[in-house]
Write a protein that binds this ligand. Structure first.
Ligand SMILES: [Zn+2]
Length: 171
């Protein structure tokens, strides 16, 4: 796997984790609330699926949601990078930087590093969906940087319809 692929996987992991508290049938749910489901969720994404990893990732999910909603400072995430290092490994074709971290904390570290990378390369692109009844987040890669919805098919159309109804009612 090259660096570019690894980055894409970690960014997808970050978005997935941020979006583990969706609203389904007008009810907020938490995909990590149940222990067995939460551990499966982690295992499916390359984690250890341990109880400790689940604990760390639940905390991180809550913390990183607060940071993206501007309710907490970015430095509140620094504790997830504790005892982490990157070491150079030279292979025949390239120099690779390998993450050294306790296995149960690897997933969380990857998520925080992905978040920090996005903050530098695409400032402001990671944000909550503009539909206030939706609890999902989006990563806006459009050049204009004007995406507002987690998905045009769901929230985008819903919000357009609502504005249209509001305008119609106002006439
Ligand atoms: Zn949405």
């Amino acid at each position: 796997m090259n660096t570019e692929e690894a980055r894409a996987i970690d960014e997808a992991l970050l978005i997935d984790l941020l979006n583990t508290t969706p609203v389904v049938d007008e009810r907020a749910i938490d995909l990590l609330a149940d222990d067995a489901d939460g551990r499966d969720w982690l295992s499916a994404r390359g984690g250890t699926g341990s109880a400790e990893e689940l604990r760390v990732c639940r905390d991180l999910r809550d913390d990183i949601q607060r940071v993206v909603r501007s309710e907490a400072s970015p430095s509140s995430l620094s504790r997830y990078l504790r005892d982490l290092s990157r070491v150079p490994v030279l292979t025949d074709d390239a120099l690779h930087w390998v993450l050294r971290v306790a296995e149960d904390r690897r997933l969380a570290a990857r998520v925080v590093l992905a978040w920090a990378g996005i903050r530098e390369s695409l400032p402001g692109a990671l944000r909550p969906c503009a539909n206030d009844e939706c609890r999902l987040f989006l990563l806006d890669r459009s050049r204009a940087g004007t995406a507002r919805w987690c998905s045009m098919a769901t929230c985008g159309n819903k919000m357009k319809a609502r504005r249209h109804r509001a305008r119609a009612a106002g006439d």
